[in-house]
Design a protein around this ligand. Structure first.
Ligand SMILES: *Cc1c(COP(=O)(O)O)cnc(C)c1O
Length: 430
C-alpha cells in the first residue's frame, strides 16, 4: 500500500514515512492510494479488537517495513475493552470507547501511533511529538508516549478552554511530556502545530512528528472498533449497525466511513456536532468555509475548521454525493444539558457532553422515521466533565480507576502566547 496526499502534489510514499511525517510535504493529508475490500469471511475467528484490527489493517501495512510488526502493535496498543451496551429502546446501543488510560477514545489512536513509531528504526534520535489538543488528544498522546525512550511530547492546549480534569491530565505526566497552555483557541493551537510541521528550518534542527487527528497512525486503528462492533452486531442479529458519531475534527467519523468502504457491515453513519455548526450547514447546502471556533460544553469538539474535511472530500470528491453520505446535526449547550438530564432519569445512564450530542441526533433520526440499528459512539467518560455532568444528574460521577490515578499526580503547564516565534523560542529551550 502506498500513501498519497489529498492535495496530489507529493510523491506516493510508504506507510512508515507517512506515519513519521504526519503532514504531507504539500500541506495535504496522507491517504491510502486505494482501499482494500474485505469480506465477512476475512474476519472468521477474529473476536477481539486486536484480532479484528490485525486483519483489517494488514492491507494498509502491506509492503512496508512495519508489516511484520502489525500483530505486536495491535496487541500492545489495542488491549482496551470496547463494550457495545444495549440501550432500553431495543434498537440502539452505546459503543463505549472510554475504557483506555485517559478515559476518551483518543487512547486507541494515540497508543497505536506510539506503538508504531517506536518500531520505526531511528536509533539515537529523539523525536518530538507535537500535538494540539482541544482537551482529550493531548492526554492520550502523553499517556501513550510517557517515558518511551527516543520520544518527547509537546502539548499545546487553549488556556481556560479545557475542563479542569482535562487540564490536570495534560499537566500531570512530566518527564518527557511538556504541557503548554496557549493564550488562544484550539484553532490557534492547531495552526501553530501545522506551521511547525511545515517549517523546513525547524525540521533541520529537530525531528518533529505530529500526533493530531491528521496523523494516519491515529486514523487507521480507529477503524477497528467500528469493524468489531459491526461484526459482532452482524453475527448476532444479521443486521448492519449504523453509528452516530460526535464530531469535531472528523477523524473518528472518517474512520467509520473508511471501515464501511472496506466492506464492513456498517449501516448509516450520522454525525453530531456541537454549536460549531459549519459542518452541519455544509451538509444542508452551504459552501464549506472554515470558521472561528466557539466554546461549548462539548469542548473536545470545539472546532471551526475540521482538519479531516480534506480527507472526506478525497473520499467523496463530489459535494452533492458527499452530502448524501451523512445526516449531520448540530446540538447546542441547552440540548446537551437536557439530554444528559433526561437520559440519566430515564435510563440511569450518564453521558458525557460529547456523547450527549450523538444521543440528541439519534432522537432526531428516530423522529424522522429512520429505523436503522444505531450505536451511539460514547467518546469520553462522563467523569472527565464532572463539573458539567454532576449538577445535571444530581449526583457525583464515579471516577474510573485509571483516571483517578492520574488525578492524584501533581500537574503543571507553562503559559505561552499564540505566536509562532514564541513557540519556536520555547521549543529551543526544551
Ligand atoms: C476528540 C473528541 C471528539 C471529536 O472527535 P474527532 O475525531 O475530532 O471528530 C468527540 N468527543 C470526544 C470526547 C473527543 O475527545
Amino acid at each position: 500500500m502506498n500513501y498519497i496526499s489529498t492535495r496530489g502534489d507529493t510523491p506516493a510514499t510508504g506507510l512508515s514515512a507517512a506515519l513519521t511525517a504526519g503532514l504531507a510535504p504539500d500541506g495535504g493529508l496522507y491517504v491510502p492510494d486505494h482501499l482494500p475490500l474485505l469480506s465477512m469471511a476475512d474476519f472468521d475467528g477474529a473476536n477481539t479488537l486486536s484480532d479484528v484490527a490485525e486483519r483489517l489493517l494488514a492491507a494498509f501495512f502491506a509492503g512496508d517495513a512495519l508489516a511484520d510488526a502489525l500483530p505486536a502493535i495491535c496487541a500492545d496498543a489495542l488491549d482496551i475493552p470496547v463494550p457495545l451496551r444495549a440501550l432500553p429502546d431495543g434498537h440502539s446501543w452505546l459503543l463505549e470507547l472510554f475504557h483506555g488510560p485517559t478515559a476518551a477514545f483518543k487512547d486507541f489512536g494515540a497508543r497505536f501511533l506510539a506503538a508504531a513509531l517506536a518500531r520505526i528504526g531511528d536509533a539515537g534520535h529523539v523525536r518530538t511529538v507535537l500535538v494540539a489538543t482541544s482537551g482529550d488528544t493531548g492526554a492520550a498522546v502523553a499517556a501513550a508516549f510517557h517515558r518511551r525512550p527516543g520520544f518527547r511530547v509537546v502539548i499545546l492546549y487553549p488556556q481556560g478552554k479545557v475542563s479542569p480534569r482535562q487540564a490536570h491530565q495534560l499537566g500531570c505526566f512530566g518527564d518527557n511530556v511538556h504541557a503548554f497552555q496557549v493564550g488562544g483557541s484550539f484553532d490557534d493551537c492547531q495552526a501553530l502545530v501545522k506551521r511547525a510541521l511545515n517549517d523546513s528550518d525547524l525540521a533541520a534542527r529537530m525531528a518533529l512528528t505530529s500526533a493530531n487527528s491528521i496523523s494516519l497512525g491515529r486514523l487507521l486503528p480507529q477503524m477497528s472498533y467500528y469493524a468489531l462492533a459491526s461484526l459482532q452486531h452482524w453475527r448476532q442479529h444479521q443486521r448492519k449497525l449504523g453509528f452516530v458519531v460526535p464530531t469535531g475534527n472528523l477523524g473518528n467519523a472518517l474512520a467509520a466511513m473508511l471501515a464501511r468502504e472496506c466492506g464492513l457491515p456498517i449501516g448509516p453513519v450520522a454525525l453530531a456536532t456541537n454549536a460549531n455548526r459549519g459542518l452541519a450547514d455544509f451538509f444542508v447546502g452551504a459552501d464549506y468555509a472554515p470558521r472561528t471556533s466557539i466554546a461549548t460544553l462539548a469542548n473536545a469538539m470545539d472546532v471551526g475548521a475540521p482538519s479531516n474535511f480534506e480527507r472526506l472530500r478525497w473520499l467523496y470528491p463530489d459535494d452533492d454525493a458527499l452530502r448524501r453520505m451523512f445526516r449531520v446535526g448540530w446540538v447546542d449547550d441547552m440540548e446537551i444539558r437536557d439530554v444528559i438530564t433526561r437520559t440519566s432519569q430515564r435510563d440511569g445512564l450518564t453521558l458525557c457532553p460529547h456523547t450527549a450530542t450523538a444521543a440528541r441526533q439519534y432522537e432526531r433520526l428516530r423522529k424522522t422515521g429512520d429505523e436503522a440499528d444505531y450505536a451511539l459512539v460514547a467518546t469520553a467518560h462522563p467523569a472527565k466533565f464532572e463539573q458539567i455532568v454532576g449538577p445535571l444528574i444530581g449526583a457525583a460521577v464515579p471516577v474510573p480507576a485509571a483516571l483517578q490515578a492520574l488525578l492524584q499526580r501533581p500537574a503543571r503547564a507553562q503559559p505561552v502566547a499564540a505566536r509562532y516565534a514564541d513557540l519556536l523560542a520555547t521549543l529551543e529551550l526544551l
